[in-house]
Write a protein that binds this ligand. Structure first.
Ligand SMILES: [Zn+2]
Length: 90
């Protein structure tokens, strides 16, 4: 019986996720993400010593959309309505 998990898989006992050698984070639910996404969603709030995803060099740049389920929610109707109210009058 062989394990289908790579040996280099890192497990974060605090966040309950696994991180592959090339930095792919496998969440317990949902699709895989990045260390930045993991940090934005979990580690940023947990802040426990056992967390393996607290090194900023490994995490890299955290984008605002990393904290959301999808980037679609970032687009609000506000911008489209604003665009209509500022008609060019010459
Ligand atoms: Zn963690």
């Amino acid at each position: 019986m062989e394990s289908n998990q790579p040996q280099n898989l890192q497990i974060c006992p605090v966040c309950n996720v696994s991180i592959t050698e090339d930095g792919q984070v496998n969440f317990s639910t949902g699709s895989p993400g990045t260390r930045a996404r993991l940090y934005a969603r979990v580690c940023n709030y947990v802040q426990k010593p056992g967390c393996i995803n607290q090194e900023s060099q490994l995490i890299g740049k955290v984008n605002p959309e990393d904290g959301f389920e999808s980037g679609e929610n970032l687009l609000t109707p506000f911008f489209s309505s604003l665009d209509q109210s500022t008609k060019q009058t010459q």
